[in-house]
Ligand binder design. Structure first.
Ligand code: TYM
Length: 336
């Protein structure tokens, strides 16, 4: 049986957080354990250039993301793990795709609008890379002829865009690409601890990082926003408006605990402190094996990290180079 091709990436912008885990890394691991899947996971350091300009930070971030991939349990002998910058052919494909990409679709992408507005607020002008960000993503996805793209739901419009470009390329130049599909929980977007939008690296005070200790997790949750109407200990609460309850759902707290919290929050029997204690345990149980593996990986030294990136880069490049050469032939721009 032909295996399904899975591909996803994470930008090299610092430490991974619980949102990355819930939206992406958890699925990366599960898919890589499925023998019917062939997985490609990469560190999107070219995409990072749209918002970051510090070369040494960028180099360090690539290694830190790789450590998190491995710490979450992705086996580099099973999945192909690489840095986007190891595969120059991706930018060739990106150029070909940008020449069939409708600019009006690019200007309405939520990611573009959000980043552009932030840049304007900071008195900056958005760069062209930010606009063509989804085209480069499409090149990542189509370069391995991927079928499934596990990402958080904020990235779903970009996967849809890649699918549209794949169709347009096939219709214009000849059948080459699979039509990729979004893989993930619809609507699954882990909020920040302050419940002002999704958990994000740029909002450092409302993030739980994958390397946070149990004590830090407890402290962060202690001050996290709950149902704003619940002021005194025995006030009845509403789980539907409580941010902590969103976390219980997204992190799959045991059904019995969820049922109890749902019932006893409404009657005021369970307080926010106890509810947060249950959540701290859930979070720390997720993080404990990640910390253990991360410590082992750090103990293996930086050569190990370099080797994983190098080996993965060679493997991925072979596959992507073949696709890009096929695309160039179809488009009529071979290497003379
Ligand atoms: P990045 O680094 O912004 O996000 C990495 C992954 O984490 C998910 N994510 C979340 N999921 C749920 N709740 C959250 N609060 C949360 N925050 C982040 C994101 O949805 C994403 O899956 N553009 C991609 C990187 C990329 C890529 C690709 C992905 C480049 N090329 C090709 C797939 C295929 C990104 O935004 O990464």
């Amino acid at each position: 049986m032909k295996r399904q091709i899975v591909l996803s990436g994470i930008r090299a912008t610092g430490k991974m957080h619980l949102g990355n885990y819930v939206g992406a890394l958890k699925n990366f691991v599960e898919l890589s354990e499925d023998k019917a899947m062939e997985c490609f996971y990469f560190i999107a350091n070219l995409h990072t250039l749209t918002t970051h300009t510090n070369p040494s930070e960028l180099r360090e971030s690539v290694k830190s993301v790789l450590r998190d991939f491995l710490a979450c349990g992705i086996d580099p002998n099973v999945a192909t793990i690489y840095a986007q910058s190891s595969i120059p052919e991706i930018t060739e494909l990106s150029w070909m795709l940008s020449c069939i990409a409708p600019i009006n679709l690019l200007t309405i992408m939520p990611h573009f609008k959000e980043k552009r507005d932030k840049m304007h607020e900071a008195g900056m002008t958005e760069n062209a890379g930010l606009l063509t960000y989804p085209v480069l993503m499409a090149a990542d996805i189509l370069g391995v002829k991927s079928n499934l793209v596990p990402v958080g739901d904020d990235q779903a419009p970009h996967v849809e865009f890649a699918r549209e470009l794949a169709k347009k390329f096939n219709d214009t130049f000849g059948e080459l690409f699979q039509l990729p599909k979004f893989f993930g929980g619809a609507g699954l977007r882990l909020p920040g601890l302050d419940n002002r939008g999704k958990m994000s690296k740029s909002e450092t005070s409302s993030v739980i990082y994958l390397d946070d200790t149990p004590d830090i997790v407890r402290k962060k949750l202690k001050v996290a926003i709950t149902d704003p109407q619940r002021i005194k200990r025995y006030d009845p609460g509403d789980p539907n408006v409580c941010n902590i309850f969103n976390f219980h759902h997204a992190l799959q707290t045991a059904p019995l605990d969820i049922a109890r919290i749902t019932k006893e929050c409404k009657t005021g029997e369970i307080g926010c402190v106890e509810c947060k204690e249950i959540l701290s345990k859930v979070v720390n149980d997720i993080l404990a094996p990640i910390h253990e593996r991360r410590a082992k990986i750090i103990g293996m030294g930086t050569n190990y990290i370099d080797d994983v990136l190098h080996e993965g880069g060679l493997r991925a490049r072979k596959v992507i180079r073949k696709t890009v050469n096929e695309a160039k032939e179809l488009v009529g721009i071979p290497c003379y």
